[in-house]
Design a protein around this ligand. Structure first.
Ligand code: FAD
Length: 510
């Protein structure tokens, strides 16, 4: 075994990203391979938001060997089958971006091509168009407030219920802290006030805390939040800003009392200069209004939020400021930035916690055998840039593909120049009905379809092979698929009952 290998890992920050990194690294690097220290400052605190996730988080919990029912109960969590978008395409519009797929592939052709032809036929007859969501179990279950985990049921959509969680961010960090500490992570309470760099190679050598204590390390993980204490303040890595495409730069957040049973989905409601999230947990609802400060004042944004929450507020509204974009390098010298320190895109598709998870997985995959190798660092950075840009383009689609003309904000995002790749994808769908997932990107073709169709990107095209099927057969097969989805939903319990039976929270803190 080499003398040069990483022996001391220092994580700065004890928010969701810091404790996710600590628990996962400690879990994977077993047998005292390295000392892992996490430094956090309660005086500084965490961002305290970040409560909706996407299905990939299930893999993270499984990797850590967590008992899912215990995790749900401990974090006051609920289940999430997708996101409902209200008023995004036009005032009064509504659609769900579900986590599952639509229908099934037929004759080797994606389902939606058959649906597109059916839609043409229904439109031509002046008949009601059967919405895409009728062919997706998650979308149907979300609308009917139903939930269950997948079960063995051959050829049934009940076998493939993808889901995520909505949880209390503070309780989640606490929960992960317990797990990390049980796996040997050492926690130090204190504020980092100085970072010492090696004068020859610029690597971080040690950190000084406010009590004078010095912490040295071989590898530093910067989970210090937006400021990027190590990656930016010490290493001056630089930041690429994307506010010209995603102009929201603030959020005002407030929790409120629950009203009725928690829905198994997050809601995003568009307003004049941004949008509002609604995340139902077991004990409360998380709310926030993401907005663009050049178009709306903090006071107006707060007023809109407070007028549009369902229950009694449980705290004073809190303003958070952010700059959308990414670090120029996520891994720089012996420092890897994870979480908000790495970059930020608004939580429209709940991607931040996933990006932290993905960075941790990549760090473990590229974990240096001996000294840090530039080839590893370059590959890590290139993969992360691609990941960020793909998510960025998906978010831009929501804003750009709108019919809204009721404010300067919507007029500007509707008419702005967008990245070429996104233009091509939109054109491809408009002209041919085709959608392809590119290079293993996070969002599948189902996700792109849900948002393109939901935002009323129209097409009359479909794959030519669909015409080989007679119209009667096409309608019969689509009706059959719809029936299977509806019948499957009929056997699901309500979301509330599933939680009460399996993972009801015992505490109602935070
Ligand atoms: P933080 O929570 O800010 O933690 C930073 C840590 O660093 C703290 O422990 C702090 O004490 C410590 N620290 C900082 N400086 C020092 C210092 N000098 N010395 C010692 N310690 C220090 N993500 C989602 O996936 N889904 C969502 O629904 C979602 N909603 C969001 C809504 C908003 C408005 C915002 C802003 C973000 C949202 N996010 C969401 C992102 C999510 O909140 C973050 O990805 C997640 O909380 C991780 O944050 P973090 O741990 O990187 O940073």
């Amino acid at each position: 075994m080499s003398n040069k290998r990483i022996r001391k890992i220092v994580i700065v920050g004890g928010g969701t990203a810091g404790w996710m990194a600590a628990s996962a690294i400690a879990h994977v690097l077993k047998n005292n391979y390295a000392d892992i220290t996490l430094i956090e400052s309660q005086a500084i605190g965490t961002v305290g938001v970040g409560e909706a996730t996407i299905p990939q988080i299930v893999n993270f919990q499984t990797m850590l060997g967590l008992d899912e029912n215990e995790f749900v109960a401990r974090t006051n969590a609920t289940f999430k089958l997708g996101i409902e978008f209200v008023n995004w395409s036009s005032q009064g519009s509504r659609y769900i971006h579900p986590f599952g797929s639509y229908g099934i592939e037929m004759e080797g052709i994606a389902f939606h091509h058959f649906w597109l032809k059916q839609r043409n036929l229904q439109r031509a007859k002046g008949a009601r168009v059967t919405p895409l969501s009728d062919y997706c179990l998650q979308a149907v279950a979300a609308k009917r407030n139903l939930f269950m985990r997948p079960v063995q049921a051959p050829n049934s959509p009940l076998e493939k219920i993808a889901y995520a969680f909505q949880f209390d961010a503070l309780l989640y960090a606490q929960y992960l802290r317990e797990i990390a500490e049980s796996k040997g992570v050492k926690r130090i309470e204190g504020r980092v006030v100085d970072t010492h760099l090696n004068s020859e190679n610029g690597y971080i050598e040690k950190l000084t805390l406010d009590n004078g204590q010095e912490i040295d390390g071989d590898l530093f993980v910067d989970c210090s939040g937006f400021r990027g204490l190590l990656i930016e303040e010490a290493l001056e890595t630089g930041y690429e800003e994307w506010t010209h495409w995603l102009p929201c730069d603030r959020a005002v957040a407030v929790p409120c009392e629950s009203v009725g049973d928690p829905e198994p989905y997050t809601r995003s409601t568009a307003h004049q200069a941004g949008w509002q999230w609604r995340i139902p947990l077991q004990h409360r609802i998380g709310n926030g209004h993401v907005f663009s400060s050049p178009y709306m004042s903090d006071e107006e944004a707060t007023k809109i939020l407070m007028q549009n929450i369902d229950g009694k507020p449980l705290a004073d509204p809190r303003i958070l400021k952010f700059v959308t974009g990414r670090r120029r390098k996520f891994w720089n010298k012996n420092c890897v930035a994870i979480g908000l320190a790495a970059g930020f895109m608004e939580p429209l598709e709940s991607t931040s916690i996933h990006l932290a998870q993905s960075a941790i997985a990549k760090l473990l995959a590229f974990f240096p055998q001996e000294e840090i190798k530039p080839v590893d660092v370059d590959m890590f950075n290139a993969m992360t840039v691609t990941e960020y840009e793909q998510i960025r383009d998906f978010l831009i689609l929501h804003y750009h593909q709108t019919q809204r003309t009721d404010s300067d904000f919507w007029n500007d995002v509707r008419t702005m120049e967008i990245p070429n790749n996104l233009t091509q994808r939109m054109e491809l769908y408009r002209e041919t009905g085709r959608i392809f997932r590119q290079n293993d990107e996070l969002f599948t073709d189902t996700s792109w379809l849900a948002v393109m169709d939901g935002q009323e990107l129209d097409t009359s095209a479909y794959h030519p092979v669909v015409d080989a099927m007679g119209e009667d057969e096409l309608l019969a097969r689509l009706n059959n698929i719809r029936d299977v989805v509806m019948n499957s939903a009929d056997v699901m319990p309500t979301h509330r009952k599933f939680i009460d039976d399996n993972c009801k929270a015992s505490q109602h803190a935070s």
